[in-house]
Write a protein of this length. Structure first.
Length: 209
């Protein structure tokens, strides 16, 4: 199976515990999602390639490292994925942002795609597909399908909280996609919510019910 990693830094664990509390306000929830995404980004981007560049310090000329060519795209799955974008952009301000919109069909409970808007050169970019929750895995699989259909070859999925079922489904469908989460939770309940989870990330981010 592809690379799967739980990024369990103490700062991330601490912020995630506050995020999970049901009495955390919309404002705090939104800030925490971005902060955790940024802290995760540090680890997710660990393998970015670097190249030598000649610079001049106040003392001398010297050869040092800079990030090489490979451009980035951050692609949130709407709507909750939007909550993680700014945190990642604060690390990589030059990244382009795409969007993939999905809703869950009430009858079939399957995800349906309604919007795909990506940078034109998506095939030349390392894509970070972001969604706070990896629950059943259905929307993540569909989002990666969408990205691959449009030429993306280097895709990482970045989420906050995952259920084992979701990780398994995404790994099965797309073994080449690296998966990074801040926590691997216990299970899904009968309504498809992650347990213990944090409720509905979209509603909590945007103050809707």
């Amino acid at each position: 199976m592809g690379h799967f990693q739980v990024i369990s830094h103490p700062l991330i664990q601490h912020k995630l515990s506050i995020l999970r509390r049901k009495d955390t306000s919309t404002k705090d929830f939104r800030e925490l999602v971005n902060e955790i995404a940024m802290l995760m980004g540090y680890e997710v981007l660990r393998d970015l390639p670097v190249e030598d560049v000649e610079i001049e310090t106040p003392i001398t000329k010297t050869v040092q490292k800079q990030i090489a060519g490979k451009k980035l795209a951050i692609v949130p799955i709407l709507r909750a994925g939007i909550g993680m974008v700014d945190g990642l952009l604060s690390l990589t301000p030059a990244a382009k942002v795409g969007h993939i919109g999905m809703y869950r069909d009430e009858e079939t409970l399957q995800p349906v795609e309604y919007l795909v808007k990506l940078p034109e050169d998506i095939d030349q970019r390392v894509v970070l597909c972001v969604d706070p929750m990896l629950a059943t895995g259905g929307s993540a699989v569909l989002a990666v399908d969408s990205l691959k259909k449009r030429g993306a070859t280097s895709i990482k999925f970045v989420g906050l909280v995952a259920a084992p079922e979701g990780v398994e489904m995404l790994q099965k469908a797309h073994p080449d996609v690296e998966i990074y989460v801040a926590a691997l939770d216990e299970k899904l309940n009968e309504n498809g919510y992650i347990v213990p989870g944090l409720g509905d990330a979209g509603d909590r981010l945007f103050g809707t019910k």
